[in-house]
Design a protein around this ligand. Sequence first.
Ligand code: ASP
Length: 571
Amino acid sequence: MAWREAMCGELRAGDAGRRVTVAGWADTRRDFGGLVFVDLRDHTGKLQLVINPEHSSAAAAVAHEIRNEFVLQASGEVLARAPETVNPNLPTGQIEVQVDELRILSRSTALPFQLDEENVEETIRLRYRWLDMRTERMQRNLRLNHTAISAIRRVMDERGFVDVWTPSMTRGTPEGARDFLLPVRLQPGKFFALAQSPQLFKQLCMVGGIDRYYQIATCWRDEDLRADRQFEFRQLDLEMAFVEREDVLDVMEACVVGAFEVAGVEPPPRPFPRLVYDDVLLRFGSDKPDLRFGLEIQDATEVTRESEFGVFKNAPCVRYVVVPRTFSRSEQARLEEVAKEWGAKGLANLTQISKFLSEPELQAFGVEEGSTALFVADEEAVVARVLGLLRLHLAHELDLIDASLDVFHWVTDFPLFEHSEEYGGWTFMHHPFTATVPSEEQRIESDPEHVRGQHYDLIWNGWELGSGSIRIHEAEVQQAVFRVMGMGEEEQRDKFGFLLDALQMGAPPHGGFAMGIDRFIALLAREPDIRQVTAFPKIASGADPLTGAPTPYPDSALKELGIRLLDPQPE
Ligand code: ASP
C-alpha cells in the first residue's frame, strides 16, 4: 500500500464518500475518553480525523497513544460534517475522515516548543529547525523561495541566459568584504578564498563568448551578521555582452515582476524610476532612500550664505526637512540628542532661530502653520547623513510609512571612486571593474574625485537589493583604475594578471548585475530578516545553533594544513 493516497489539505466536501489514506503529523489531539479527534497535518494543510471505538477498536487503541508531532498514517472514509460542526476557518472544515486503520509511523519525544507557540526564542527555533520548518510560516517562506527562484529561472531561460557554474574556491574577489579563507593541505601555507561573488568569472564568460550568463550563485563574505546579512547568501548573478545599462535594468525588472506574479503580490509598475546618485543624496540623504514617504530634504546653503545667524553663514552646507507637525521643547531636545548621536553638532528648529533670520530667508523656507523645519549645518556629507537618518526616524516615529506600498527604484551614476579613510587614498565605490560614463574615461586619473561610474543599484522600500555596472572591457582603462587605487604594475599583474590578459584577447563590451535573492524573498514574504526565509541560517555571533559549528579541530588536523594557533584551543 502507498504511504498516502491523498493530501490532508486538499480534501473537500466533494470528496465525501471516498475512501482515503493520508499521512502526516499529529497537529493536535482531543481525547474524549472514547472518541478521539486528531488534526493531521501535511504541507498542504490540516484534516480532522475521527477515531471512534465503535467503528474501529484497533484504531481507537492506537489513538490514545498519540502525542503532538507523532507521524501517522490513517485510512478511512471521508464524511461530510454535520452543519453545526463545520469549521469555516479550515479549508477542509466541511469534512472529516472516519478512521478505520491507524498506524503510528514515528513517535516524538516531548517538544522543546509547540508549533503554534508565539515568541519562541530564535536560537531555540534554529536549534530545532526541523520542528520550526513544520510551521505554516516556514513552510510558506521556503516554498515561496522556491517558486520565486523558479520564476526568475524562467525569465532567464526565455531570454537566452545560460546557467554556468563558477568555482567557490578561488582568489580573493574585491567586493569590499573580508574573505573566508580555506587552507590547502596539498600546499601548506596557501589559501583559497571563498568567492565573495563570481564577478571575474562571469566577466571571463563574456570574453569566452557566453553572451548571456546567469547563476543563482552562493557568495561568501566575512562581515558582521545582521537582519539582511549572513556569511553565505545567494544572489541572482548575471552578465550580458554587447549591452547598455538599460538592457540590464530591463532583465532585472522582468525578474522582479515575474517573482511578484508567482507570489501573488501586485507587481510594481515598470519601468522602475531611475534616480541619479547626486540627486538622491541631496533629496533623501541616502543612496538607498525609502521612497514610500516624502519628507524631502531641502537645500538652504545659498539662501543662508549672508545670514546673520553665524551657524548657517559659516557652515559649508545647510539643509533642512519640513515635518508636518510641531514639537514640544522636550521632543525637540530628544530629536537633537539623536541627531548628535549621528554626528550632528546640533539640530536647529526654525521657530527657535527665526529671530536671527532675515525676511527673505524665512520666506525661502516657506514653512506652513503646524509644520516644523529642522536644520543641520555642517560638512555636506554629515548634513546628508544626519538628515537622511532623521528623515527615516521621523517617518517611523510619526507613522508616515504606508506599509502596503512596494516602491522600487534605481539609483544610477554613482561616483567611480570614493575616498578611503582606511587607506587614505582612492578606492572603488562598487568594484574596480566598473566602467566610467562614456565621456569621462579620459579623466580617470586626472580627476578621480568627479568621475562617475556606470554603476546602478536596485532599491526596494529603502533596502538595497543589489548592484551592477557596465564593466571596463579594455585593459588600459582597467589599469588606469588600478593605478588610481594605488596599485603598481607588479601588484596588478600578481592579483589581476589573468583579467588583464583576458581583456587583451578580444573582450566584448559587457555589463551585469547581482541581486541578493534571500533579501529579495524576505521582503516578498514580508519578513523582517533573511533568517526567516533561509532553511538553516546562522545567528548573530556567527554560530550555527543546530550543528554547533564552527568547532575547534585537533592540532594534528591543523598541522597537516600547516597551521598553528596563536592561542590555545578552547576546551
Ligand atoms: N559582483 C557584484 C556584487 O556581488 C555585482 C555585479 O557587479 O554584478 O555585488
